[in-house]
Design a protein around this ligand. Structure first.
Ligand SMILES: [Cu+2]
Length: 137
């Protein structure tokens, strides 16, 4: 009974992670959050809500695994993409959101260390990053 209850309370309790700005000049006001909600059947839905983007600009966002370049800062670890979000375009006020539902296993542990938001036309430009897992391993 206890385990059933905890399983029920786990589900539908979203976790929220905050985007932080990277030390670059692009989109200096960019900010937002990632809401991660466990679903039935080993799935998870993640919604990004962003402000301060360039109006009309298209963006890409991904989950990334913890990479080789840092053990303590996922956003600086340069890890590979594990799950991609549908690309999205900022509205006239610089607001945007995107949602993806994926298998939990794809973003479990080090596989889901951080979420990057990239310029759609230049993926090297990453205005904001949300760290989800602060240490590797
Ligand atoms: Cu990415």
């Amino acid at each position: 009974m206890t385990s059933l209850l905890s399983a029920c309370t786990m589900m539908g309790q979203p976790k929220t992670f905050t985007f932080r700005h990277n030390p670059i000049a692009a989109d200096p006001q960019a900010a937002g959050s990632a809401q991660v909600m466990t679903q039935a059947g080993g799935m998870v839905t993640t919604t990004l809500t962003l402000t301060g983007l360039t109006p009309g600009k298209t963006y890409a966002a991904h989950y990334h695994a913890f990479g080789p370049d840092s053990n303590t800062d996922p956003c600086a670890s340069n890890g590979p993409v594990t799950v991609g979000f549908p690309s999205f375009t900022a509205d006239a006020a610089g607001r945007a959101s995107t949602t993806v539902t994926s298998e939990m296993a794809k973003i479990a542990g080090d596989q889901g260390a951080y979420i990057n938001v990239h310029y759609g036309d230049d993926l090297k430009v990453v205005p904001v990053c949300a760290p989800l897992k602060m240490t590797k391993g």
